[in-house]
Each structure stands twice: as C-alpha cells, then as structure tokens.
Design a protein around this ligand. Structure first.
Ligand code: SAJ
Length: 415
C-alpha cells in the first residue's frame, strides 16, 4: 500500500529536512513541532535552522502545498518521530521528548498505520513506545502482543546524515531499518524507498537502535585515539600530524585527526547511551568519552603556559564552530575553550568566526573583540587555531612569524 501522507513529529535538524525531502517526492507531509516560531517560519516558506539549500526546498514544497506545519499531530498513513534525546544527570538518556511525541500521536492513530522512531535512542526504546501507545489506545493491537497481526506497525530507523550535507546524505546514504516484527521493518523500508537511493537494510529494532549508537561510538573511540596520541606527541616532542600521516601509509591503519575536543550533538552524547545501559562492560567507550572531554582542558593548559611568557597578551582565537565550515556553535569544544579563556582573563581575546555575524552572548563584554581572522592574527602574541575552516587557509605562515602558535587542528603544523 502506498503512503499518501506522513506526519513528522519534530521539525529540527533531522525532521525538517526529512519532511521536506519526502514532500518533494510527492508525499503529503504534515510537520509537527511544539515551537510555534518553527511552525510559523516553515508555513511562511522559510527555515529556522541552518543547512545548505534547505531554504529553497522548503519554500518550494510549502508553496506547492505538500508540506504544512502545525502544533498538533494529524491523521496520516505513517508517523515519523525525530525529536531530541539529550541526557540528564549522570549521562542518563532523557526520553521525555520521545515519550511525549509518541503519546501525542495516539489519538489520531488508526489500524494499518506505521510509526517510525528516528531519534537516537537507547536499545529497547521502540518496545517502550509500543507500551506507551498500548496504554493510550487499548482498542488497537501492537507488535509485542499481536506480532505480525498487530494493527500498528512500529520500526526504528536511525538517521545518519552529516550536518552541512544533510540533503545529499538523506537520499544517498544506506538506511538500517529495524522493525518490531519483520512486517514492520518491510513496511518502514517501503516508506524510505520513496526517497532513499541507498540500500534500505532490514533488521530488528534493537539491532537498529544499537547500530546508531555503535556508529557514533566508533567515531568517538577513534577520535579519542587521535587525541590521546596528540598529548603523547606533545610530551615526546613529535609532530602528531606528521606521525599520523606516516602511520596511515600502512595499508591497514587509518587514524582520524586530533582536535580541540569532540563537539556536536551526537558523537559526544550517543556513546553515553551505551555506557549507561552497560556500565560495567563498556569500559573502552567510557574512557574514549573521558579522553575527548579532557582535550579542551589540555588546550587551555597550553594557552596558559604560552600566556605566562607575556604580560597581558593578545590571543587570537580562530574558530568557534564545532567543526569546519559550519556555523553551528552548539556543544562546541572551541566555544568552551574561548569561554574559559575569557573567564581566566589571561589577556585580550580577538575572536574570529567567519560563519557568524556576532559573538554569542557568553563572549560579550570586556576583553573580547569580534574580529576578522587576518586582523586577529596581526594583533596577536598568541594564535590559537580551533577550527580548520577553509576560510582560514588564506592565513599565510609568514603572518605567524614571531608569534606563539597553538594549532589544535594541524592547519599549519601539518606542513
Ligand atoms: N572530529 C575530530 N577529528 C576527526 C573527526 C571529527 O576531532 O577526525 C570532531 C569534529 O571536529 C567535531 C566532532 O568530532 O567536533 C564531530 O564531528 P563529525 O564530523 O565526526 O560528526 P557530526 O557530529 O557532524 O555527525 C556525526 C556523523 N556520524 C558519523 O560519522 C559516525 C553523522 O553521520 C551522524 O548522522 C551524526 O553524527 C548524528 O546525527 O548522529
């Protein structure tokens, strides 16, 4: 059976692009968000998040009447949930938003509907959803009790897109589709095939939940290895970038790049979901998180040591975003470092972030100047490179002469 309508709950970094791409493939999409500003913005054909080319696509599907945003779920053939799963307290996954979103669709569910969770979630969450829906709708049957005969199909399908390349990766990437039953998975795969060019690979919900956590933990552990190497190399007087380049010539070695720490909303969060569920067993995954979370402090210590050689130095801080060539400052280790440096009052900070128009509120005030990268470098005694934005490639090595340089990304040290 074809999917004529889809109701997407959560219109953030994943929900909005997915809703939009579905709509651009002929599906009638109702987008739901608790934030009235997001709803109004989208209905006006605009976007409230930053992602290349998304604005144009949203405008076209809204104008064509294929995407409409609202505050409350409406009846549809399929429901997709893409809401945040942060953690609370001691890295305990917070499923409040997933539960609220799940319960919010219950009143409009009908026999034959498909419900898909996309939010990164601990293993077992899709089964929990079935329980919440069964509480709300005792008149309908669900897979944990009714198996393949259930009225409602439930599946878990993690998103895997890279911020900055979302529209491309949504279509091109392979998808892992995990059903509570094989029929649930097959039904969900049918929906994804309306817009995914990559493979839609079927499994059970628990494996799909774990797959998402595994992918981001894999990256976290490998970045931790690179970050730990960078600290060891500092102690040993070795250029870590050269070292990694040489080691990567081995046919079976592929070391990632060290940096000022790991940011973003996924890699620094998801491994904790595994650690929380398996506290005794997930020793490497926990340690990797600790190594990566320690890295910003190691960078600050380096700046402190350099600053002690000057009287009130000017420190150029290049980049605030959580990674190269994006404007996203959330969970950014670079921002964390600059905020700490401000509090420490080591000197005057010239902060350059070419992807934003003004400094975040946390950096406002005395001792911090928002500057162009070239000006910041020219004024600086200490140059602290935090993000390897392409826009920084124009800074010549000559401009660094006579300055203390702390290059956390290997932009210059690689050469
Ligand atoms: N980083 C390093 N060294 C590296 C690579 C990355 O320090 O060699 C740092 C980055 O600077 C950044 C952080 O890691 O601070 C995360 O950046 P990222 O590019 O590794 O990942 P994200 O957070 O933008 O997106 C990840 C992706 N996951 C994987 O590559 C396994 C993406 O595919 C997921 O969809 C996304 O998480 C998500 O939503 O889970």
């Amino acid at each position: 059976m074809k999917f004529n309508s889809v109701c997407m709950i959560g219109l953030g970094y994943i929900g909005l692009p997915t809703a939009t791409v579905l709509a651009s493939h002929g599906v009638s999409v109702i987008g739901v968000d608790v934030n009235p500003f997001a709803v109004d913005t989208i209905n006006a054909g605009n976007i409230h998040i930053v992602e290349p080319d998304l604005d144009k696509l949203v405008k076209s599907v809204v104008e064509a009447g294929r995407l409409r945003a609202t505050l409350k779920p409406e009846a549809a053939d399929a429901f997709m949930i893409a809401v945040p799963t942060p953690f609370k307290g001691d890295h305990e996954p917070d499923l409040t938003y997933v539960e609220a979103a799940t319960r919010s669709i219950a009143p409009v569910l009908k026999k034959g509907d498909l419900v898909i969770l996309e939010s990164t979630s601990p293993v077992g969450t899709t089964e929990l959803m079935a329980g919440w829906l069964a509480q709300e709708r005792p008149d309908l049957s669900f897979p944990p009790q009714a198996g393949e005969d259930a009225d409602i199909n439930l599946a878990y399908c993690p998103e895997r897109v890279l911020p900055g390349k979302i529209l491309h990766e949504l279509v091109e990437n392979d998808r892992v589709v995990g059903g509570l039953t094989p029929k649930c998975a097959a039904r969900a795969a049918e929906l994804y095939k309306t817009f995914v060019k990559g493979q839609c690979i079927i499994t059970n919900a628990r494996t799909a939940e774990m797959c998402k956590l595994t992918e981001n933990s894999f990256r976290d552990v490998n970045i931790a290895f690179a970050n730990e190497l960078s600290l060891i190399c500092d102690e040993q007087g070795i250029n870590v970038w050269e070292l990694i380049r040489l080691a990567n010539h081995h046919p079976r070695v592929n070391i990632l790049q060290p940096g000022p720490g790991v940011g973003g909303h996924c890699i620094a969060v998801d491994p904790w979901f595994i650690v929380h569920s398996n506290p005794k067993t997930a020793r490497l995954i926990r340690t990797a998180r600790e190594v990566n979370d320690h890295k910003p402090h190691a960078v600050i210590d380096k700046v402190k040591a350099a600053a002690s050689r000057f009287d009130k130095p000017v420190i150029a801080c290049l980049g605030l975003a959580f990674k190269a060539d994006i404007d996203d400052l959330r969970e950014s280790p670079s921002l964390e470092i600059v905020e700490q440096l401000k509090t420490m009052r080591l000197g005057t900070l010239y902060v350059a972030e070419p992807h934003i128009h003004e400094l975040p509120a946390s950096l406002a005030g005395e001792g911090v100047v928002f500057a162009e990268a070239e000006e910041a470098v020219a004024k600086a005694d200490i140059v602290l490179l935090l993000v390897n934005h392409q826009l920084f490639n124009g800074i010549s090595i000559g401009a660094l002469a006579g300055k203390a340089v702390i290059d956390t990304r290997g932009l210059w040290d690689k050469n």
